[in-house]
Design a protein around this ligand. Structure first.
Ligand code: PMP
Length: 362
């Protein structure tokens, strides 16, 4: 068995894969697979409704919030958020703390005026304190990314922007810690990290923010249309929604988001401590208080990375069954992604390997 430290699509719980395998040809004795069912059939509709309901329970989503399942990918959401919300005032605030929020801000500039809340930096390694932010009172919303998957920068607070809806990309730390949904206007998360295979984005939106879509908004990206049609305006990715429902049940069975949070602290501490113990051999560029629990980027051998040692690290890790540890192509180095499905034993295995690799190469 390999340990898959991929950033996404990423490891899914083995229990979920085994259940899916059992049901893939014949779902509950109906004689057909979920992927062969009509999306309007009662059998599929109950899967769809239960999946949404189970997410509502896991995250305590209040009744005045709609849960939508959209098909645009996270990147599609960068545009959809603008088309659905920016029309309120024609401008929006973006807090850019990494490459995904930078992409979102760039996309948004196509639809209205974008205010940069914090100064641009050459590298993404920190979250400036909120008292330095320049928030515009006329912004339709304030946008940020809770966990920057490439850079390993994770917010350790929820921004306080009274009177302005907060829009948050939680793609890479969704359901890895409890969230007070009432602090947000919109939360969205692509599935392919913590909650399922690629192909769906969950959107949680406060009801009073529906109805402000621009005229140009395509029907499939229109939050109001999705809300009115329970996310079955057109054919949804039925198989993915079914698998996502299984992941939600798995999270519930294993203690819910509180347990996911506790485990994430244990797993990420194992890796960060392995770095501390190696006294500078490994280098994580991110400011300590905002180091991600989900994506741990680091360099090997020096602050900027020793290329041949990093290649050797990846090769030796692979020989021990640990794969997909290569950092994102834009930053290089190593990145260990520790989503919910990664076990503590798997994180321990990586930490032990890091210690051994340090001892062999110091
Ligand atoms: N936001 C974040 C935080 C991401 O990590 C990613 C992709 N990994 C995206 C958005 C874009 O998602 P997609 O590839 O589904 O468009």
């Amino acid at each position: 068995m390999v340990v898959n430290f991929a950033a996404g699509p990423a490891k899914l719980p083995e229990e979920v894969l085994n259940e899916v395998q059992k049901e893939i040809v014949d779902y509950k004795g109906l004689g057909l697979s979920v992927m062969e069912m009509s999306h309007r059939s009662p059998e599929y509709l109950s899967i769809h409704t239960e999946t949404i309901q189970s997410l509502r329970e896991l995250l305590n989503v209040p009744q005045n919030y709609k849960i939508l399942l959209m098909q645009s990918g996270g990147t599609g959401m960068f545009a959809a958020v603008c088309m659905n919300l920016m029309g309120r005032t024609g401008e929006a605030d973006y807090v850019v703390t990494g490459s995904w929020s930078a992409k979102a801000a760039k996309e948004a500039a196509q639809y209205g005026e974008v205010n940069m809340v914090i100064p641009k930096t050459a590298k993404y390694t920190s979250v400036p304190s909120q008292d330095t932010w320049k928030v515009s009172p006329n912004a339709s919303y304030v946008y940020y990314c809770d966990n920057e998957t490439v850079d390993g920068v994770e917010f350790n607070f929820v921004p306080d922007v009274p009177g302005i809806p907060l829009v948050c990309d939680m793609s890479s730390n969704f359901l890895s810690r409890p969230v007070d949904v009432t602090k947000f206007g919109v939360i969205f998360a692509g599935a392919q990290k913590n909650i399922g295979p690629a192909g769906i984005v969950v959107v949680i939106i406060r009801e009073d923010l529906l109805g402000f879509q621009m005229k140009i908004t395509p029907s499939v990206l229109d939050f109001s249309i999705a809300a009115k049609n329970d996310s079955i305006y057109n054919t949804p990715p039925t198989l993915i929604i079914y698998i996502m429902g299984k992941v939600f049940a798995w999270i519930k069975k294993h203690g819910g988001v509180n347990a996911m949070y506790e485990n994430s602290i244990k797993k990420s501490s194992l890796i960060y401590n392995a770095m501390i113990n190696a006294k500078g051999f490994y280098h994580c560029p991110v400011d300590q208080p905002v180091r991600s629990r989900m994506n741990v980027p680091f360099r090997v051998g020096s602050e900027t990375g020793n290329d041949s040692l990093e290649q050797e690290f990846l090769k030796a890790a692979k020989a021990e069954g640990m794969i997909q540890l290569k950092g994102h192509r834009s930053v290089g180095g190593i990145r260990a992604s520790l989503y919910n499905a990664i076990t503590i034993a798997e994180a321990e295995k990586l930490a032990t390997f890091m210690e051994k690799f340090f001892n062999n190469n110091k």
